[in-house]
Write a protein that binds this ligand. Structure first.
Ligand code: ATP
Ligand code: MG
Length: 285
């Protein structure tokens, strides 16, 4: 079973999709490994939700190859569906049912018992609101309920489209804790977010999508390092702040400053993820 273990859980190659004359995805190529939390970033309208729809067969690509669980996605069947959980950007909950009734329904549809529901509600702080109808829920309550519904059958692969959008800091932290648990449990997560701190903190690797192209792919650290400016900033005792280019000449300058006991601080000048994002997409978050 070596191949199954090492083959990616999902992959895309040369995937293109147009809506009418508008090309929304243009040659997407990436792989997501088993157990990985893969962050899919990009400005509004970049094509993130569309990509999730392709990976969950709600849409079909014009060209290219999509593999899911080691097989072409066209061959995916009901059994594969059972292995997947989806938190979409639009709530799939029944408005006139309570949170608890929704979860019971989802458990039933997924062929699961209702035993785990109490614990799940407890974990995301919804135990006291369990009888609230979805139509009367706040955005954060809905989002947490929808997340539980997506996880109710313990899927091995979950697609989370902006799971923390609209959440207050406590609920957001709770979702991050759940993401941590999913990761530790070996669940593969495909996540979109506009929150760069979340991407950096929760994801093993990130892709940045811009106008249908992947413009960066790698670990959060590698993305910031790749875009590191070639500068060294030295704060000195009497000579102000000195900016040096990271080269052999800088070694000499730094040695002289250190010998003269001038150095108060010295650091390289890496951008943070937000700066990298803005540089690559030329847009606000
Ligand atoms: N069914 C559709 N018909 C026509 N155009 C569509 C359709 N669905 C999406 N689009 C267009 O495709 C582009 C990508 O949309 P998508 O929803 O994938 O963006 P996104 O990256 O998820 O954005 P956001 O961060 O706002 O959720 C947008 O220009 C959108 O208007
Ligand atoms: Mg979207």
């Amino acid at each position: 079973m070596m191949t199954a273990m090492h083959s990616p859980v999902l992959s895309m190659k040369g995937v293109c999709l147009s809506f009418g004359a508008k090309r929304v995805l243009d040659g997407l190529k990436f792989e997501v490994a088993r157990g990985e939390c893969f962050g899919f970033l990009g400005p509004s309208g970049a094509g993130k939700t569309t990509t999730i729809k392709l990976l969950t067969r709600q849409l079909t690509a014009d060209t290219g190859r999509i593999m899911l669980f080691g097989r072409p996605i066209e061959h995916a069947g009901g059994a594969d569906c059972e292995r997947i959980g989806i938190l979409s950007d639009t709530s799939a909950l029944y408005e006139r049912l309570s949170i608890e009734e929704n979860l019971r329904l989802y458990a039933k549809v997924r062929g699961r018992g209702e035993r785990g529901i109490d614990g799940l509600l407890e974990r995301v702080g919804l135990a006291n609101d369990r009888r609230t109808l979805i139509k009367d829920c706040s955005k954060g309550m809905r989002q947490r309920a929808a997340l539980l519904a997506a996880l109710i059958h313990s899927p091995e692969l979950v697609f989370l489209d902006e799971p923390t959008s609209g959440l207050d800091p406590a609920a957001r932290a709770e979702v991050h804790r759940m993401l941590g648990e999913l990761r530790r449990g070996g669940t593969t997560v495909f996540l979109t977010t506009h929150d760069m701190a979340e991407a950096e903190g929760c994801c093993d690797r990130l892709a940045i999508l811009n106008e249908g192209h992947i413009v960066a792919l790698g670990t959060p650290t590698s993305l910031t390092m790749e875009h590191a400016r070639n500068r060294l900033v030295v704060t000195t005792r009497t000579r102000g702040t000195i900016e040096l280019t990271k080269d052999a000449a800088a070694a000499e300058a730094v040695r002289d400053l250190l010998a003269a006991n001038e150095v108060l601080s010295m650091h390289s000048d890496e951008p943070n993820l937000e700066e990298v994002f803005l540089e690559l997409t030329g847009r606000e978050l």
